[in-house]
Each structure stands twice: as C-alpha cells, then as structure tokens.
Ligand binder design. Structure first.
Ligand code: CP
Length: 324
C-alpha cells in the first residue's frame, strides 16, 4: 500500500465510490483543486508522477474519459501507453488477465481500465499488483465520472451536502448513475431519480433515493438536473416505445426548464443524444455545466492518479514544482 493509502485509506485501487466514505470522497475533491490551476498554465506539467508508467486499457469506446486520463497522466509527467481492443491481441481472444500480466512483465505501475463487463476492474485489481483505476465497467460503476460531477456541483454551490440532485433517464443501464448515487448520498445530498418505469431498477428506494413521477416534478424539485444518455447500445428493445416518445415525455427542453429555480444547473456525462434526452438549447444554454464537467475531469483524474501513486492529500508543494 502507498503512503497515501495509509493516510486516506483509499487502498491500492479505485474501483467504485460504494466502498469510500464521504470524507474520502471530499478529500479527493480537495486534492483536485490545486490541479485545476496546472491546466491553466502555459506549461501544463509538473513532475509528480515522473518515472511512473501507466497503461490506459480501453476495451470499450470512450472520448472524454480516455483523453482526460491521458492529459492527466501527461500533465503529471507519467509515461503512458494506450491500448484498445482494435489492434491488440484482445481481438485474437487474449484474456483480460493475460493482457495485464504481459503488461506487468514490462514493469508498469498503474492500469486505467474500461471494460464492457461489470466487475472487470475488480477482477483485474485482485490479480495484479499494479494500481487499477476503473474507467467504467459495464453497468457497475464509473467512479471518476461521479467525482468530476461532484466537483462541478461543489464548484457551483460551495458544498454538496443539502443539495437536491435528480438523475433523469436510463438509470438501469447506467454505471454513471450508480457511482453518482453512492457519491452524492455519502456527501450528504438528497437524491431522486426520474424516468420510464422500465429504466428504473426495482428497489432503488432502498438505497435512500426518491422516485419522482414526471420530468416537470423533477425540474421543480431539484438544484441539479443530471440528464443521462439513453444507452441505445445496451438496450435490446422494448424499454421505450420510441426515441420521439421518450423525448416527448422525458426530454429536457428549455420550455420545461421554465419551472426551475434560478440557481438550478444541468449536468450530462456525455456523449449526448441531442434531441432525445436533452435539447440543444439546454445543452448549450446558460444552466448547462456540461463543458465545465469535462474540464474538471482532468483535475479529478490527476488527483486520483496522484493519490493512488502515493501522493499526500495536501499536495500544494508538489503541485507547485515545475512553476507556471
Ligand atoms: N462520460 C463518459 O464516460 O464519456 P466517454 O464514454 O466519452 O468516456
């Protein structure tokens, strides 16, 4: 275990937010704060991960997560290698563990893994000594997405505790929803969900989450409307009658936002289906913090990499190294 592990108790890996405490989550967000400034510098680089080799093993498509991890690693001066299923021996049937063991034989330190199967990140973490960071596993968790969402909410409101957050849409297939529900509840937010019955898991109330009956009710209730992507690729049919019908009943339009409180903000993890779950004038409108979410993704991932590699939660001195 790293020095950080002893201090914050995060352990070797970041698999999900379910196993973390609210204090640990807030400490990761605090650690991300000084890293925001590094991305605003002319020379966006500090040497805190010099000598660390990180493998980004993305066996499912990704734009935001893959690229922001790569930026985060490069800004911390780590050496990075990117692997996707296309062009690697995964296409020839090599298993996840064999792939990772071969990478370890080349003396790596960390693996950032995205995989289509729930549990893949934990499975890998239990079998290799390198740090493993879950960049999204099936329908299970996407912890760094939720961390960047929490940071964005905290930036806007000053605190997460006491805020009302409604997650709208395809909760059933969403690892983003699951990580956000854990993270928000642990940080003291009130959480609700809203969407078609077919896309809300049975028994979700047992987690401490309310169910709201309509998008209008959700918009009136919340400080943060978290709009999820309709995961068309994970649906085998029958969940919603049609995309047009989904938009008519649950789509977030500027007309519907007329019911919102003055401070209410709109988040979306991306990629968006414009005109399905969210209209363009909302996605690009004044309540949207969708691009600030993406910006925060780099700082949060720098913090996670830094902490798992052994950095201290109070890193100001390390982060200053390298200068503006
Ligand atoms: N939010 C998110 O995970 O986006 P990508 O699939 O582009 O990484």
């Amino acid at each position: 275990m790293t020095a950080q592990g002893r201090e914050l108790g995060l352990g070797k890996d970041l698999i999900g937010l379910e196993s973390l405490t609210g204090a640990q989550i807030e400490a990761i967000l605090d650690t991300a704060e000084p890293f925001k400034e590094i991305s605003e510098r002319k020379i966006k680089k500090v040497p805190v991960l010099r000598g660390q080799t990180i493998v980004n093993l993305f066996l499912e498509p990704s734009t935001r997560t893959r690229i922001s991890f790569e930026f985060a690693e490069k800004r911390l001066s780590a050496d990075t290698v990117n692997i996707s299923s296309a062009g690697s021996s995964v296409q020839k049937g090599e298993t996840l563990v064999d792939t990772a063991r071969n990478l370890e034989a080349m003396r790596i330190h960390m693996v950032v893994v995205r995989h289509g199967s729930s549990g893949a990140a934990k499975f890998l973490a239990d079998r290799i000594p390198s740090n493993v960071i879950n960049a999204g596993d099936g329908q299970h968790e996407h912890p760094t997405q939720a961390l960047l969402d929490l940071l964005t909410i905290r930036d806007r409101f000053g605190a997460i505790a006491g805020r009302r957050v409604c997650i709208v849409g395809d909760i059933l297939h969403s690892r983003v929803a699951r990580s956000n529900i854990w993270g928000l509840l642990k940080c003291g937010a009130e959480v609700a969900v809203c969407g078609p019955r077919t896309l809300i898991p049975a028994g979700i109330e047992e987690l401490g989450v309310q169910r709201l009956g309509s998008i209008e009710e959700a918009i009136e209730w919340c400080d943060v409307l978290y709009v999820l992507r309709l995961q068309l690729e994970r649906m085998e049919g029958g969940y919603v009658p049609s995309l047009r019908e989904y938009n008519r009943v649950f789509g977030v339009s500027s007309e519907r936002l007329g019911r919102a409180g003055d401070e209410m903000i709109v988040l979306h993890p991306g990629p968006m289906n414009r005109g399905v779950e969210i209209d363009s004038d909302v996605a690009d409108g004044p309540r949207s913090v969708i691009l600030p979410q993406v910006t925060n993704g780099v700082a949060v991932r720098m913090a996670v990499l830094y902490l798992l590699a052994g950095g201290r939660p109070e890193l100001a001195e390390d982060a200053k190294v390298g200068g503006p």
